[in-house]
Design a protein around this ligand. Structure first.
Ligand SMILES: Nc1nc2c(ncn2[C@@H]2O[C@H](COP(=O)(O)OP(=O)(O)OP(=O)(O)O)[C@@H](O)[C@H]2O)c(=O)[nH]1
Ligand SMILES: [Mg+2]
Length: 276
């Protein structure tokens, strides 16, 4: 099944972001540390040319630390120094502001306007709340919580703009689309749970077989993905009349991955990306 999700508010958000780009001094781009390549928005890449920019690998608490290290090296080779952060490191997040002013070229007495961008559900509003030390933006464990761009004043000299998560109209690379779906960047109603779960099982048994086996006490993870999904359903009591409820089993697995219940997992390595 082809995955695509581009609701109306996202199209409007893309246009708003384009306009705002002309008015901001700096863009903080949040990508998901578990899939830095697929969570990078190609649209933004083509839009943000002139504006100063900082890159954050966010949700590192959910990502495989060894892989995050590979990504940092990868970006450093491209002369980009990313921040590896998560919401449990408020002090490190706040330190970004010091560097932001430096990178933007704005003098201390000048107002600095910063826009936070990234795909849906990557943690933009959470990030803004941490920076502002207030629960100012609504956050939620699903994509498309923020529907409109909004600006807040951090103090007299710094303004922050939270934006809705933006994907792109047609996700060309369906491998990327599937990875995005696994992490929860694509709305649940726009995906087939079983398709995504089977994709996730194939990935997990290749890259994280021990975590998969241990979580669901699976004796043999080399079995076909559909048999493993059945076994997961049985173990987790996802049953209905006549057998396993595959939809429920898929949902259980995806929620476990998204919440870190299988441990810290990364879905992409720089070497894979270089091959595609
Ligand atoms: N584990 C983990 N969860 C995080 C982190 N940052 C945010 N979250 C969670 O991710 C979910 C989405 O956070 P939001 O801040 O609403 O994400 P957003 O990018 O504003 O999403 P949209 O507005 O929908 O585009 C929430 O459940 C947050 O609690 C993080 O660093 N680690
Ligand atoms: Mg938001």
């Amino acid at each position: 099944m082809t995955i695509g999700w581009y609701p109306g508010h996202m199209n409007k958000a893309r246009k708003d972001i384009m306009k705002l780009l002309l008015q901001v001094d700096l863009v903080i781009e949040l990508v998901d540390a578990r899939l830095p390549y697929s969570s990078e928005n190609p649209l933004l890449n083509s839009l943000i040319k002139e504006t100063a920019r900082l890159k954050v690998l966010n949700k590192t608490d959910l990502a495989d630390p060894a892989t995050t290290k590979l990504w940092i090296d990868f970006y450093e080779q491209k002369n980009i120094t990313p921040y590896a952060l998560d919401k449990n490191q408020p002090e490190a997040i706040k330190k970004i502001l010091k560097n932001a002013r430096k990178v933007s070229g704005k003098k201390p007495e000048q107002i600095l306007r910063i826009m936070i961008v990234g795909i849906p559900n990557v943690g933009k509003s959470t990030f803004l709340n941490i920076l502002s030390e207030r629960k100012i933006a609504k956050v939620g464990n699903e994509p498309a919580v923020t529907k409109h761009a909004s600006e807040i004043s951090l103090d007299e000299s710094i303004k922050l703009i939270d934006t809705p998560g933006v994907l792109w109209p047609k996700i060309e690379d369906q491998q990327s689309a599937y990875r995005l779906a696994v992490t929860g960047a694509i709305k649940n109603t726009a995906i087939e749970f079983e398709d995504i779960a089977l994709f996730a099982i194939d990935f997990l048994r290749r890259d994280y077989p021990v975590q998969l086996a241990e979580r669901y006490q699976l004796p043999d993870v080399s079995l076909e993905a559909s048999l493993l999904l059945e076994a997961i359903g049985i173990k987790r009591g996802c049953l209905r009349k006549g057998g396993v409820d595959y939809h429920k089993a898929s949902e259980t697995l995806l929620n476990d991955i998204r919440n870190g219940a299988l441990g810290r997992i990364s879905l992409e390595k720089p070497e894979q990306i270089a091959l595609t």
